[in-house]
Design a protein around this ligand. Structure first.
Ligand SMILES: [Zn+2]
Length: 323
């Protein structure tokens, strides 16, 4: 069976209820924080819709021909589209290919389903190509778009989808799941992942924590005047810039929280609370918000710019200049 996470129960029941009442749309938009398993729920839903003998509760039986094909990853009526390796966006050729397959008749006399994630990574041509299908959906087709950034989708796409909103899992439930996965330092990782359990597990498996320590040590040295912006940008350039800038943004956000009287529990980086407190001391709130905006802008540019090293240098110089 395709695993369904306990924290998705409310969304699951909502979807099954819609199915039962015959109010199922041609396109769904799963919207909510990344790293919480939305794409997984899209798969579980597809599984249930394609099952030839679903339970009263709407769950897939796990034994029929359709179920077996899905578990083998080879059901002809279930299509998935995501980024190709190392690609920055979902290409129009991919969308066209998907649409032409979706237009074929179902092989099992049921739904044809396409899941697209992360949907916001479709470029403008891809999105426009998809729009045509959304405007004239064929019978018994279902598109599920999965996104953590719905504002980056074309408004015309958003408006043609039924939105299903996902909230973050309750803290206890997320911790329990992480414990079941035997993730160490679960509390810290969950805080660093802003409460998203799958992201927390991923951070735990990668070298993210070590990288973060290296980046933070360099950033601290810059603030104490012990290192210069170019050397710090050099150290930072050894990690993936978008990830690094996300860390920086979360530190500054925590500095703002601390300045506003926030407690440790509210921080995304509770383990470096004292350091952040010290870094925040010389800055007033307006200055911190200004810097936060600058870093957000750098982050926005980081996925598009070719010269990421220069961007890091500029970010560090700007931070040091304002000190
Ligand atoms: Zn089945």
């Amino acid at each position: 069976m395709i695993e369904r996470f306990a924290w998705h129960d409310p969304n699951w029941h909502e979807l099954i209820e819609r199915k039962r009442s015959g109010r199922f749309p041609h396109a769904l938009l799963f919207n909510g924080a990344g790293g919480t398993g939305k794409a997984q729920l899209a798969l579980a839903l597809s599984h249930a819709l394609l099952c030839q003998n679903p339970a009263e509760t709407g769950e897939a039986c796990g034994q029929c021909k359709s179920c077996l094909l899905i578990e083998a990853g080879s059901h002809p009526d279930l299509l998935t589209l995501t980024l190709e390796e190392d690609a920055k966006d979902i290409k129009i050729a991919q969308v066209r290919e998907l649409m032409s397959q979706l237009a074929l008749t179902s092989q099992y006399d049921g739904y044809k389903i396409a899941i697209i994630w992360p949907a916001e990574r479709m470029n403008i041509n891809s999105a426009n190509s998809l729009l045509k299908t959304l405007e004239e959906p064929a019978d018994n087709t279902l598109l599920i778009l999965v996104t953590a950034q719905p504002s980056r989708l074309l408004p015309t796409i958003r408006s043609r989808c039924q939105q299903i909103n996902f909230t973050l899992p309750p803290h206890d439930m997320a911790l329990q799941w992480l414990a079941e996965q035997r993730v160490e330092q679960a509390e810290l990782l969950l805080a660093l992942a802003d409460g998203a359990p799958l992201l927390a597990a991923e951070l735990g498996e990668s070298e993210a924590l070590e990288q973060r320590s290296t980046l933070f040590a360099a950033f601290k040295a810059l603030n104490m005047g012990k290192n210069d912006p170019i050397s710090v940008a050099d150290i930072w350039g050894k990690s993936e810039p978008t990830t690094s800038l996300r860390w920086l943004m979360s530190w500054v956000m925590d500095m703002i929280r601390l300045r506003m009287g926030g407690s440790r529990e509210m921080l995304a980086n509770p383990d470096i609370e004292q350091d952040l407190q010290r870094l925040a001391e010389p800055l007033d709130l307006a200055e911190m918000f200004k810097r936060f905006d600058q870093i957000a802008e750098s982050l926005r540019l980081s996925s598009a710019t070719i010269n990421q090293q220069l961007l890091l240098e500029e970010t560090m110089m700007s931070w040091a200049r304002n000190r």
